[in-house]
Every structure is written in C-alpha cells, then in structure tokens.
Design a binder for this molecule. Structure first.
Ligand code: NAP
Length: 456
C-alpha cells in the first residue's frame, strides 16, 4: 500500500526526493459524507442528528493534482464546527456548495463528487507539488489555512476574504483535511510551528485566524491596549484564541462560559473576569419570540462591576440567543464583531441601542493569508498556545464531531490521521523547552485538573 510506504518513509525521516518517488495510489482513506444520504436527517430534530451516522471513514478516489496545488500527507487534523454542519446537512447540504464550486472552472469540476471529504485544518508533510507551485517543495512540514480564493479576482489582491468566490477548504470544497492525504492550494500553506506535535499544530489555523481577524487584523474590531472585550464561549475554539489574543494584546477580557470547570480554567490562564452564564441563570429570551431586556441590563451591570467599564468590543458568535444582549452591553461607540450564529441566524436586537449610542456591527469571516501568517507567527513564537484538549483517531471522527456538536468539548479536538500516536512531530525540542511544556499544554492540563476537581 502506498500509504504504508509514505508512513514508513516519514517515520524513517527520508528526504523530499524519496518521498516524491513513492506512488500515491488511486484511492486514499478519508472521512466523508455521501450525497446519497443528504436527506437522511430530514425528519430528525436538530438536537438528535448524529454525526456518527453520516461521517464515514473509507477509501475515496485520489483526484488529479492542479498546477497550483500540493498533496499533503496528513499527520493530524481537527474538528471544526463546520464539519458538524456538514455532517448534519445543516443549514444546507454541502453538496450544494461543491456543485456551485464545480461551475467555476476545469479544476473546480473535480470537487463535485458523490462523497465530500471534510476537514478544514491540519498539519502534515508535502508529498507532491503541482507544476506552478513556487516556494514549497516535497518534504516541507506545513499547516494549512482554510481560505481557498481565486487570486485572479482583483478584490482578492486587496483582501482575499473580499473575493466573491472565497471558500472554506473541506467545507465548501472537497478533499479536506480529515484524511490520510489532502489536496490543497499552495496559497493555503504556512510553515508548521517547529516546537509543536502534529496534533498541537493541526488544531490552530481556522479558529486562531478567525479570532485574529475579528480582534487584531485591520479589517474588523482592531482592538487597542486597554480595551474591554466581552468574549462569548471563551473556552470554545474561537473564544479560546480570542482570550489569549486579548490578554497578549493588553486588553481586558470578560469571558462568558457555562460551567464552573471552564470558569476555573480561565482564572488559571490569567483571565480575571469570568461570567458563568449557567450559574448566573441568564435567560435573554422570555419565550421564543420575546427578549427580556431586564436580562440585558443585568448582564451589562455585571460586566461593568467586574471590568469597571462597558465592553469596547463584543466578540459575538452564538447568534440568536445572545445577539440582542451583545448589542445592548457594548459601550457607546463600541463594536459588536460577529462571525457566526450557532444558536440561530435570525437575529433580533433593539436598533435604538445601536444607532443612538453609535455602535457598529462588524461582520467577519475567516482570515486572509496575511492574517493567518501573522497569527501562525505568534503560535510559532510561543506567544499563542494551541487549545488542544482531546485527540481522537480518524476511525472515531464521528464521535469527535458529536462531542463538539453537543458542546462537550473544551478548546479544540484533534484527530490523528497518519501520525501513529500523540506526541510526534516536534522538530525543535530546545525551543519547546524554552517556551515551556506547561505553557504549551496548559489547556489540556488545566481541563484535566478541573475535571478531577483539582481547580476551585
Ligand atoms: P465551539 O468550540 O463549539 O465553541 C462554541 C462556544 O459557544 C461553546 O464553548 C459555548 O460556550 C458557547 N455557546 C454555545 N451555546 C451558547 C449559548 N446559547 N449562549 C452563549 N454561548 C454559547 O465552536 P467554535 O469553533 O468556537 O465556533 C463557534 C461558532 O463560530 C460556530 O458556529 C462556528 O461554525 C463559527 N465559526 C465561524 C468562523 C468563520 O470564519 N465565520 C470560523 C470559526 C468558527 P459555553 O457553553 O461555555 O458558554
């Protein structure tokens, strides 16, 4: 099997020429959904839709490589919420995205298949380069950013995310990262941080890039030192990177979570102001149609009593459940920056609080490659740590997606693909020691301690 030969070559540390000589084979192992099953949950309530039923792990055909692409031997990948959406065919079947993408050109046509290989994050080793690839070679260790753009669209040269046809790899495109091999544009590649294991390196780019653009990059909220930032879901994927970016950038995070364990971990990580929304019993909706303004006021008061000021920035993504409160609590002239609507995209807020207090709602999505590069550099320096807390095997990808869907996961969940076990892939152990094992593994260590009741 060619994949065994690739795994063996990587284990033996062979160089690029030898890796390039190993045949890739006609199929490869990948986590995928099936077009024939896209209606399987049609009559199932959202809460009961189970990714273990829809995510299959098996052989899929190897696509032809486009000139601007590389094939990466995937050592590890990660679960993002978009894989949850794909696996439950909500809000739309992603086969619609693949079919739409396929209409764009010759190479895009390959993406419309009867299977969808999912996964928008990963770390691995390049095993093939297309004829037009510059700057990358077989044998390079890389992480992948999810942004797939058409660089011939003029808008992409200002900000990739403004290109009309930008897509998320492994969500709106095929050949994603939860697989032994993946096919990505060379323009998605960044160097793997040399001090991290494969699974630590695999979990960062999608969420860290998104949070970086929302808070730090020049296209969204542009946090300044001293800003108070309200962060919903502060131990989730994007929230966990947001907390770190705010702390490292001289801001004051006010973190919201739903359990005492999450609260305790955030205190340990240096986050002074943490609201446990479950313990506080916040209910922003009296019934499905009516919000409770007194709850908005109660939240605003609590934030002010903790941080001494209203939030300059609200880091918003839960959507319908929280958006009215988010608009209300932002300070006069402040920003609500949003990239999602997990609890519903039909948002309601009182516009008087927005216009009379000169607030701004900013939409943000993913990150362009400069922003991805900049946040990857922070990870590579050991300023920002991976949020890894759990690692699954590719065969258990359905279970991993279910844990994220049910909000049982903390930080980020990794999936091992070609890596045989956790802990492999560190190229620079001295740098790892310098940054500190305790700092790098803080998220998994602290959550393990919290679960064991060792944090109060
Ligand atoms: P995640 O790891 O599952 O974290 C989400 C967090 O949201 C949870 O930890 C939870 O924290 C909080 N939450 C859930 N229900 C809530 C509610 N009713 N009220 C308040 N908080 C609630 O997911 P993620 O990776 O951070 O992603 C979050 C959302 O952003 C998803 O919809 C994802 O698809 C989207 N996203 C968008 C982009 C983009 O580029 N547009 C990129 C990444 C992610 P507590 O229960 O502890 O409060």
């Amino acid at each position: 099997m060619s994949i065994d030969a690739i795994r063996e070559a990587i284990r033996a540390g062979v160089d690029g020429d030898d890796l390039a000589a190993i045949p890739l084979g006609e199929t490869y192992r990948a986590a995928h959904t099936l077009r024939s099953e896209q209606e399987m949950f049609a009559d199932v309530p959202s809460v009961d839709k189970d990714p273990r039923r829809s995510l299959h792990v098996g052989e899929v055909p190897m696509p032809e490589l486009a000139p601007d692409e590389v094939v990466v031997a995937m050592m590890a990948s990660a679960i993002n919420y978009n894989t949850v959406w794909t696996s439950v065919f909500e809000p739309l079947s992603t086969f619609l995205f693949l079919d739409r993408f396929a209409r764009e050109g010759q190479w895009e046509r390959r993406h419309s298949q009867d299977h969808h290989v999912v996964g928008s994050d990963g770390a691995g080793i390049i095993v093939r380069t297309g004829s037009a690839v510059r700057g990358w070679k077989v044998g390079d260790r890389v992480v992948m950013a999810p942004v797939v753009t058409h660089d011939q669209d003029p808008a992409a040269n200002d900000d990739q995310m403004l290109a009309a046809n930008q897509k998320a790899w492994g969500f709106e495109t095929n050949f994603g990262g939860l697989a032994d091999l993946s096919v990505v544009r060379a323009s998605q590649l960044l160097p793997k941080p040399t001090h991290l294991t494969w699974e630590e390196a695999a979990v960062n780019m999608l969420c860290a890039g998104t949070s970086y653009r929302m808070l730090v990059g020049r296209h969204a909220a542009q946090m300044r030192q001293g800003d108070v930032v309200l962060i919903w879901g502060a131990t989730g994927g994007i929230g966990g990177y947001a907390v770190q970016l705010v702390l490292e950038g001289g801001g004051i995070p006010v973190a919201v979570v739903s359990s005492a364990e999450r609260e305790a971990v955030l205190h340990e990580l240096g986050c002074e102001h943490v609201i446990n929304r479950s313990a506080e019993g916040y209910r922003f909706w009296k019934d499905p149609d009516t919000q409770d303004e007194s709850e908005w006021r109660r939240l605003g008061k609590q934030i002010r009593s903790m941080a001494g000021a209203d939030p300059d920035i609200v880091f918003e993504h839960p959507g319908r459940e929280t958006f009215g409160a988010s608009v209300f609590v932002a300070k006069r002239g402040g920003s609500i920056v949003t990239c999602a609507a997990t609890t519903g995209y039909d948002l309601e807020y009182d516009n008087r609080h927005l216009w009379m207090k000169l607030k701004r709602i900013i939409g943000s999505h993913g990150a362009n490659m400069q922003e991805n590069h900049d946040v990857n550099a922070l990870i590579d320096r050991g300023t920002i740590q991976p949020l890894l807390t759990e690692t699954y095997s590719l065969d258990d990808v359905g279970e991993a997606a279910l844990v994220v869907k049910q909000n049982r996961a903390e930080g980020k969940v990794a999936v091992l693909c070609l890596a045989e076990r956790e802990g492999l892939g560190v190229e620079d152990p001295e740098k790892r020691a310098r940054i500190g094992e305790d700092r790098i593994t803080a998220w998994s260590r602290l959550f393990a301690q919290a679960r064991a009741g060792e944090l109060t």
